[in-house]
Design a protein around this ligand. Structure first.
Ligand code: MF3
Ligand code: CO
Length: 252
C-alpha cells in the first residue's frame, strides 16, 4: 500500500531529511586519501545523534554500521571498517536518519583526490540521471515514466543501470511501497504519482554490465565485472508541482 503523508507528517519528514542530507555532506567532505571508512562512519553516527536522531541503518536486518560506504567496484552496502581510502578511489556513501518517527535516506558518490576521466563521468551521469528522473516525479506522470527516463539517460551514455536493487517509498519505515526501479520493469506496475507520496529515488550505475554479486560478508554488493559503480539518492516529496527534495543537497 502506498501511503500519502499528511501536512504534519511532511513537516517531520523535512526534519529527518535535513539531518540526513547534512550527514551525507559531512561524509562526503571527509572523503580523502588516508582516511578510513570507519572514521567516516563514526563521525556521521555522532553527528546524527547530536541532532536527536538515530542512524536508520544501524541494526537494520543486522547491518552493523550507520553508513554504507562502497568503494570503486562496490555498488552498495559496503560495511565501514579498516579500509584506508586512496587517491583515485570513488566512494559512495549512503546514509539514513530516523527522527520523531520518520526516516530520511540519501546517497552520493565522492572522488578521493584526483580520479580518472571515466570515474568522473560515471559520477556525473549517475547524479544527472536522478535529476532526469525527477522531471517525472510529479502529478500527471506514472512510475515507469521516471524509471524509463533514468534508464534512457544512463544507457545513452554507455553505462548500465543495476537491476537487482531499487528505490522505494519512505516514511515511518525506511522501505515502503512502491519499489522504484531505475529501469522499465513491467512487474513494478504503473502507479500514478500523487501529492503527498514520499519516495527515495536512487540510481545505481555501473561503468560496465549491470550484473552484481554479494560478497561473503553478506552485505557488500560489487559489480560482477569488477568495473566501477556510482550511486546517487534523495528522498523526495511529490507535490502538485515541482517535487520537493527532502534531502536537499544544496541546503547547508
Ligand atoms: N539506503 C539503503 C536503501 O535505500 C538502505 C541501506 S541497507 C542497510 O535501501 F541495511 F544498510 F540499512
Ligand atoms: Co534508499
Amino acid at each position: 500500500m502506498i501511503t500519502l503523508k499528511s501536512k504534519r507528517e511532511i513537516q517531520l519528514m523535512r526534519q529527518a531529511g535535513k539531518i540526513t542530507a547534512a550527514a551525507r555532506a559531512l561524509a562526503g567532505a571527509m572523503v580523502a586519501p588516508g582516511v578510513t571508512t570507519r572514521e567516516i562512519d563514526k563521525e556521521v553516527c555522532r553527528f546524527i545523534r547530536s541532532k536527536g536522531a538515530e542512524p536508520s541503518f544501524l541494526g537494520y536486518n543486522g547491518y552493523p554500521a550507520s553508513v554504507c560506504i562502497s568503494v570503486n567496484d562496490e555498488v552498495i552496502h559496503g560495511i565501514p571498517g579498516r579500509r584506508v581510502l586512496r587517491e583515485g578511489d570513488i566512494v559512495s556513501v549512503d546514509v539514513g536518519a530516523f527522527k520523531d518517527g520518520y526516516h530520511g535516506d540519501c546517497a552520493g558518490t565522492y572522488p578521493c583526490g584526483e580520479i580518472s576521466e571515466e570515474a568522473r563521468r560515471l559520477i556525473d551521469v549517475t547524479r544527472e540521471s536522478f535529476f532526469e528522473g525527477l522531471k517525472y516525479a510529479r502529478e500527471g506522470y506514472r512510475l515507469p515514466d521516471l524509471s524509463g527516463a533514468i534508464q534512457h539517460y544512463v544507457e545513452a551514455r554507455g553505462f548500465s543501470v543495476v537491476r537487482d536493487y531499487v528505490g522505494h517509498g519512505i516514511g515511518t519505515r525506511m522501505h515502503e511501497a512502491p519499489e522504484i526501479p531505475n529501469y522499465v520493469e513491467p512487474k513494478a506496475g504503473r502507479p500514478r504519482f500523487l501529492r503527498g507520496m514520499t519516495i527515495a529515488v536512487e540510481p545505481m550505475v555501473n561503468a560496465g554490465g549491470f550484473d552484481v554479486c554479494v560478497m561473503s560478508d553478506g552485505w557488500t554488493v560489487k559489480t560482477a565485472d569488477g568495473r566501477l559503480s556510482a550511486h546517487y539518492e534523495n528522498s523526495i516529496l511529490i507535490t502538485d508541482g515541482e517535487p520537493e527534495l527532502l534531502t536537499d543537497p544544496e541546503a547547508e
